[in-house]
Write a protein that binds this ligand. Structure first.
Ligand code: GKR
Ligand code: MG
Length: 444
């Protein structure tokens, strides 16, 4: 990498030529703890892509998205095609991406494997995830150049703080073979471990709602963990998300067991049809970030009553403005809105916070993996206080890139033999336990 120094908002303020002169892509590997899910375990390092969009006026906007190979392959042609366009031309981005990244036919139409955690994936969805990072970078550059926060470019904030929930995971104390970075969280494999983890989240960050990633152990064990959380945090919102690991009867059993304490049950079963069957008898709202992750999937899910809450995610939906469009559709249908998170850094957290601040009926605290990521590419990490992040009025996203940190995480990516260039939780679990068979869905 050979980057010019300086992306400070102050340096960029007042520089109004918004033509894009350069786009820089920097893949990085970020330390990730051994968090468990129904597919397997997080690898010691996870790939992310940092995007920088530079304008003729000298503003540099930051974006972040998935860094796996299939995303990088789409990001490279899009980065090349952006030069000469204006950062304000956001409505032109989807057509440009379709043109230069290839349509579904060119990139392999239909469902492709995605590790079972994100629902059916298509080339369109991949492209939207790539596009989202560029849209955020353009908005950041535009905001820096004009002195406006991103939320102002989206129409203005309706709240000054965004609520987040604690994202609890069953986890091992360390990665198999002691690989990767160490942390001091210890193992969480039973109700007591989950409660201890939740207590630390509450005491450290002030979170008042809690989501447990489920689908790891047999449902009775996960029911016991939620019950233990309900005793420790009476009346506080609790969520359980097995990523579609359960059959319809199992989903209904769990829903009946926990309906007095759950705020919502997230993706108990896989696919819209099964979710609709569960929703009909669950007695607790169902949320999803798996069966509704694109506009095409909305009609069937909403008309069949399969979901009562959609977890928006600007990476999935193609950016901050599409997230607002999703919010409007949800509002129209009386469907609630929450926010999904995957492993991410501070640029994405800033983008999530900016868009969340502009959506009036974001009725639930947002998810964020961020507390699990102790490394970042920012000069200053974002901080949760009372479970919230303040929505500032600094230009753009209001965050600054630390080039040394970016370079260090990029060097790790360069030095990697490819093992961590593509997230694969199932492979990481097989490496830890060669007898492990990747579970079929439904698992229970
Ligand atoms: O990081 O293990 C994980 C999660 O399972 C993640 O991959 C999911 O996308 O957090 C996500 C979810 O809510 O389904
Ligand atoms: Mg989920």
């Amino acid at each position: 990498m050979n980057h010019p120094a300086g992306t400070s908002a102050a340096a960029n303020a007042g520089t109004k030529d918004l033509t894009i002169t350069e786009v820089r892509l920097t893949p990085v590997l970020v330390a990730d703890p051994p968090l468990l899910n129904t597919q397997g375990v997080h690898q010691p390092y996870t790939p992310r892509l940092i995007i920088e969009v530079v304008t003729a006026g000298g503003a540099t906007g930051l974006g972040e998205t998935y860094g796996d190979t299939k995303y990088l392959e789409l990001a490279r042609p899009l980065a090349g095609a952006l030069t000469g366009r204006a950062v304000t031309d956001l409505n032109g981005l989807p057509a440009l991406a379709a043109e230069v990244c290839g349509g579904p036919a060119a990139t392999g139409a239909g469902a492709v494997d995605v590790g079972g955690l994100r629902g059916v994936q298509t080339a369109d969805k991949l492209r939207l995830s790539v596009l989202s990072g560029f849209e955020v970078a353009c908005l950041d550059a535009w905001g820096r150049a004009t002195g406006l926060p991103v939320h102002a470019l989206l129409g203005g904030k309706v709240r000054d703080r965004v609520d987040y929930s604690a994202y609890l995971f069953y986890r091992w104390a360390e990665h198999p073979g002691g690989r990767g970075e160490r942390d001091d969280w210890g193992a969480a494999l039973d109700p007591a471990g989950v409660v201890a983890q939740a207590r630390r989240f509450a005491d450290t960050y002030g979170f008042t709602s809690f989501k447990l990633k489920g689908g790891v152990f047999e449902p009775a064990r996960e029911i016991a963990a939620i019950r233990a959380l309900a005793v420790e945090f009476p009346g506080q919102p609790l969520r359980l998300d097995p990523n579609g690991a359960w059959s319809v009867p199992t989903s209904l059993e769990v829903a009946h067991e926990l309906r007095d304490v759950l705020e919502y049950l997230e993706d108990p079963a896989s696919g819209t049809a099964r979710m609709a069957e569960v929703a009909a008898g669950a007695g607790v709202p169902l949320a999803t970030n798996m069966c509704v992750t694109t506009f095409d999937e909305i009609a069937e899910a909403f008309t069949s009553g399969a979901v009562q809450i959609v977890l928006c995610d600007h990476h999935y939906w193609g950016g901050l403005r599409n997230t607002r469009e999703l919010a409007a559709v949800c509002r129209t249908f009386g469907v609630g809105l929450s926010m999904h998170s995957n492993t991410h850094l501070g640029i994405s957290l800033a983008a999530m916070t900016q868009v969340a601040a502009t959506v009036p009926h974001l009725d639930h605290a947002c998810d964020s993996h961020y507390p699990w990521q102790t490394e970042d590419v920012l000069t200053e990490r974002l901080t949760f206080r009372d479970g919230r992040i303040d929505v500032g009025d600094a230009p753009g996203l209001g965050v600054e890139l630390d080039r040394d940190r970016l370079a260090a995480l990029h060097r790790r990516w360069l030095a990697d033999d490819g093992t961590h260039h593509d997230r694969d939780d199932a492979a990481a679990m097989r490496a830890a336990d060669p007898d492990r068979v990747t579970p079929a869905v439904p698992r229970w």
